[in-house]
Ligand binder design. Sequence first.
Ligand code: OSB
Ligand code: MG
Length: 357
Amino acid sequence: MRLLHPFETSFGATQERHVVLVKVWDGAVGGYGEVTAAEGPFYSHETWETAWHILRDYIIPAVIGKEIQDPGDFRSFVQGIRGHNMAKAGLETALWDLNARIKNVPLWKALGGVRERIDCGVSIGIQPSIDKLLAKVAAELSAGYRRIKIKIKPGWDLEIVKQVRDAFPNTLLMGDANSAYTLADVELFRKLDRYNLMMLEQPLHYEDIIDHAALQKEIETPICLDESIHSADDARKAIQIGACKIINIKLGRVGGYREARAVHDICRDHGVPVWCGGMLESGIGRSHNVALSSLENFSLPGDVADSRRYWQEDIIEPSVEVSGDGQISERAGAGIGYRVKEDLIDRLTMRSQVFSA
Ligand code: OSB
Ligand code: MG
């Protein structure tokens, strides 16, 4: 699937997406999941090809033909496979969808969600010019989005944040560095403190919490961790040492709903708000993000936005729609609550494989 616009972060730009989808079929009902790994190993070590390999050769053989009463049991089958959380989440989230469809309940309710409408923000990539960025921010605000995230990197940071803040003094604004800095940049972050950012996402190394804790002591702006948090245990440690005040939860990064809920719960118990991150998902991954965001402690606007920001035509029907006041409504239907356009998926498919018990 080709993104309508290239998306650029501190680690590079992307436009062509290879989306690995997982469909689980119990003989009567199907459930769908999405692997959120990118084309290259830049956000994380996983790519869509490594996910395919790990699913085909390890995850699916560990699960196929097994009796699964509860999708939370999935973890016990794949415990021996280290890492590859996005590959695991592709199948785990499909099992949650399947289970909710079998029980004929909306997935967000099966998860224990309480928010019938979720607050939406947008993530705006690095732009060719500050004028283009300002125009994008203005357009997203008039579309109704409640929070603006701008990607930053060395050379596209202080001045950019200043100009956006000057132009939009009252907007909920944050920056996401995707690990582009080190502790040597602490002066820069002190200067960023002037611009009343809601948070600064993952400024330092993608596996670090120690340096983030040191940085958080030096600055006022809350640090939000993304890349560094792969589990509830990571979240506990990060909170314990003061590495962050907010956590972004992504289903892929943590390996699915079971761990996402555990991260959510640990954060809630420590008074740390969370929000749902995005990975430029197709409608299937996006609908899972909508369901996850219904949980109580998702109290900040997430990066879950309207399908039309990304795709000419999405693979679910209806597509994910954001209201004029920046919200998405949870669906009343069973499972993810959207119809999956299998015919369109067939036309877009470049590789597929069927595994039977
Ligand atoms: O860091 O949150 C991130 C996209 C790809 C990889 C990492 C990130 C992002 C985004 C975009 O910020 C979120 C979205 O609009 O899906
Ligand atoms: Mg991020």
